[in-house]
Write a protein that binds this ligand. Structure first.
Ligand code: DQA
Length: 145
Protein backbone atom coordinates (compact mmCIF):
# COMPACT_ATOMS: atom_id res chain seq x y z
CA UNK A 1 0.00 0.00 0.00
CA UNK A 2 1.53 3.32 -1.03
CA UNK A 3 1.84 6.14 1.47
CA UNK A 4 -0.92 8.79 1.58
CA UNK A 5 -0.72 12.40 0.50
CA UNK A 6 -1.03 14.62 3.58
CA UNK A 7 -3.40 17.53 2.91
CA UNK A 8 -2.84 20.09 5.66
CA UNK A 9 -5.00 23.13 6.37
CA UNK A 10 -4.12 26.14 8.49
CA UNK A 11 -6.06 28.58 10.64
CA UNK A 12 -9.65 29.61 9.99
CA UNK A 13 -10.14 27.10 7.20
CA UNK A 14 -12.52 25.22 9.51
CA UNK A 15 -14.87 28.14 8.82
CA UNK A 16 -14.95 27.60 5.08
CA UNK A 17 -18.44 28.07 3.69
CA UNK A 18 -19.36 30.77 6.20
CA UNK A 19 -16.16 32.84 6.32
CA UNK A 20 -16.09 35.63 3.71
CA UNK A 21 -17.89 33.49 1.11
CA UNK A 22 -17.40 36.24 -1.50
CA UNK A 23 -13.66 35.46 -1.29
CA UNK A 24 -13.47 31.81 -0.26
CA UNK A 25 -16.72 30.44 -1.69
CA UNK A 26 -19.51 28.44 -0.11
CA UNK A 27 -17.80 25.07 -0.21
CA UNK A 28 -17.14 23.72 3.29
CA UNK A 29 -13.88 22.11 4.39
CA UNK A 30 -15.76 18.81 4.57
CA UNK A 31 -16.70 19.25 0.89
CA UNK A 32 -13.08 20.03 0.05
CA UNK A 33 -11.97 16.88 1.86
CA UNK A 34 -14.44 14.78 -0.17
CA UNK A 35 -13.17 16.34 -3.43
CA UNK A 36 -9.56 15.57 -2.45
CA UNK A 37 -10.42 11.98 -1.55
CA UNK A 38 -12.22 11.37 -4.84
CA UNK A 39 -9.41 12.94 -6.88
CA UNK A 40 -6.75 10.98 -5.00
CA UNK A 41 -8.67 7.71 -5.42
CA UNK A 42 -8.93 8.26 -9.18
CA UNK A 43 -5.12 8.46 -9.18
CA UNK A 44 -4.64 5.35 -7.03
CA UNK A 45 -3.76 7.42 -3.96
CA UNK A 46 -5.24 8.18 -0.56
CA UNK A 47 -5.20 11.36 1.50
CA UNK A 48 -4.86 12.16 5.17
CA UNK A 49 -6.80 15.41 5.50
CA UNK A 50 -6.18 17.59 8.57
CA UNK A 51 -6.92 21.14 9.77
CA UNK A 52 -5.62 23.09 12.76
CA UNK A 53 -5.70 26.67 13.99
CA UNK A 54 -2.41 26.04 15.83
CA UNK A 55 0.99 26.52 14.25
CA UNK A 56 2.71 23.89 16.45
CA UNK A 57 0.12 21.26 15.55
CA UNK A 58 0.79 21.89 11.86
CA UNK A 59 4.54 21.53 12.51
CA UNK A 60 3.86 18.21 14.29
CA UNK A 61 1.83 16.91 11.34
CA UNK A 62 4.53 17.97 8.86
CA UNK A 63 7.09 16.07 10.96
CA UNK A 64 4.77 13.05 10.96
CA UNK A 65 4.40 13.33 7.17
CA UNK A 66 8.18 13.13 6.85
CA UNK A 67 8.03 9.35 7.33
CA UNK A 68 4.36 8.56 6.72
CA UNK A 69 3.45 10.53 3.57
CA UNK A 70 4.48 10.42 -0.09
CA UNK A 71 3.85 14.17 -0.59
CA UNK A 72 2.31 17.17 1.15
CA UNK A 73 -0.42 19.53 -0.03
CA UNK A 74 -0.69 22.50 2.28
CA UNK A 75 -2.96 25.50 2.49
CA UNK A 76 -1.08 27.25 5.28
CA UNK A 77 -3.65 30.08 5.31
CA UNK A 78 -2.30 33.11 7.21
CA UNK A 79 0.66 31.12 8.62
CA UNK A 80 2.07 30.94 5.11
CA UNK A 81 2.73 34.67 5.34
CA UNK A 82 4.32 34.56 8.78
CA UNK A 83 5.68 31.16 9.76
CA UNK A 84 9.37 30.34 9.50
CA UNK A 85 8.54 27.28 11.65
CA UNK A 86 6.35 25.86 8.87
CA UNK A 87 9.05 26.68 6.32
CA UNK A 88 11.68 24.84 8.39
CA UNK A 89 9.43 21.83 9.00
CA UNK A 90 8.54 21.54 5.30
CA UNK A 91 12.20 21.80 4.33
CA UNK A 92 13.11 19.06 6.82
CA UNK A 93 10.28 16.84 5.54
CA UNK A 94 12.18 16.41 2.29
CA UNK A 95 8.99 15.56 0.36
CA UNK A 96 7.30 17.14 -2.65
CA UNK A 97 5.24 20.07 -1.33
CA UNK A 98 2.37 21.68 -3.24
CA UNK A 99 1.10 24.94 -1.75
CA UNK A 100 -2.53 25.71 -2.39
CA UNK A 101 -4.87 28.64 -1.77
CA UNK A 102 -8.55 29.09 -2.51
CA UNK A 103 -8.12 32.78 -3.31
CA UNK A 104 -5.27 34.35 -5.27
CA UNK A 105 -3.13 36.01 -2.58
CA UNK A 106 -1.07 37.84 -5.22
CA UNK A 107 -4.16 39.80 -6.23
CA UNK A 108 -5.03 40.78 -2.63
CA UNK A 109 -3.46 42.90 0.15
CA UNK A 110 0.31 43.31 -0.09
CA UNK A 111 0.85 41.40 3.20
CA UNK A 112 -0.44 38.30 1.39
CA UNK A 113 2.02 38.58 -1.49
CA UNK A 114 4.87 36.77 0.26
CA UNK A 115 4.60 33.24 1.62
CA UNK A 116 7.44 31.32 3.27
CA UNK A 117 5.86 28.06 2.08
CA UNK A 118 6.40 29.09 -1.55
CA UNK A 119 10.14 28.94 -0.92
CA UNK A 120 9.96 25.17 -0.37
CA UNK A 121 7.02 24.33 -2.64
CA UNK A 122 7.56 22.39 -5.85
CA UNK A 123 4.44 24.12 -7.18
CA UNK A 124 1.64 26.46 -6.16
CA UNK A 125 -2.07 26.40 -7.09
CA UNK A 126 -4.05 29.53 -6.23
CA UNK A 127 -7.26 31.34 -7.00
CA UNK A 128 -9.45 28.46 -8.16
CA UNK A 129 -11.50 27.86 -5.02
CA UNK A 130 -11.94 24.20 -4.12
CA UNK A 131 -10.51 23.30 -7.55
CA UNK A 132 -7.11 24.53 -6.28
CA UNK A 133 -7.09 21.57 -3.89
CA UNK A 134 -8.05 19.02 -6.56
CA UNK A 135 -5.28 20.25 -8.84
CA UNK A 136 -2.82 20.34 -5.94
CA UNK A 137 -3.63 16.70 -5.10
CA UNK A 138 -3.09 15.81 -8.76
CA UNK A 139 0.28 17.58 -8.78
CA UNK A 140 1.28 15.94 -5.50
CA UNK A 141 0.38 12.50 -6.85
CA UNK A 142 2.50 13.14 -9.95
CA UNK A 143 5.52 14.15 -7.85
CA UNK A 144 5.00 11.62 -5.04
CA UNK A 145 8.10 9.73 -3.93
C1 DQA B 1 -5.83 31.57 1.99
C2 DQA B 1 -5.20 32.94 1.68
C3 DQA B 1 -4.53 33.51 2.91
O1 DQA B 1 -3.96 34.80 2.62
C4 DQA B 1 -5.52 33.69 4.04
O2 DQA B 1 -4.89 34.13 5.20
C5 DQA B 1 -6.34 32.48 4.29
C6 DQA B 1 -6.78 31.64 3.16
C7 DQA B 1 -6.60 31.01 0.79
O3 DQA B 1 -6.86 29.81 0.78
O4 DQA B 1 -6.98 31.75 -0.11
O5 DQA B 1 -6.72 32.20 5.43
O6 DQA B 1 -4.77 30.66 2.28
Amino acid sequence: MSKPIYVLNGPNLNLLGVREPEIYGKTTLEDVQALCEVRAKSLGKTVVFLQSNHEGQLVDWIQEARTKACAIVINPAAYGHTSIALFDALKAADLPVIECHLSNPAARESFRHHTYVSLVAAGIVTGLGAKSYELAVEAAAALAT
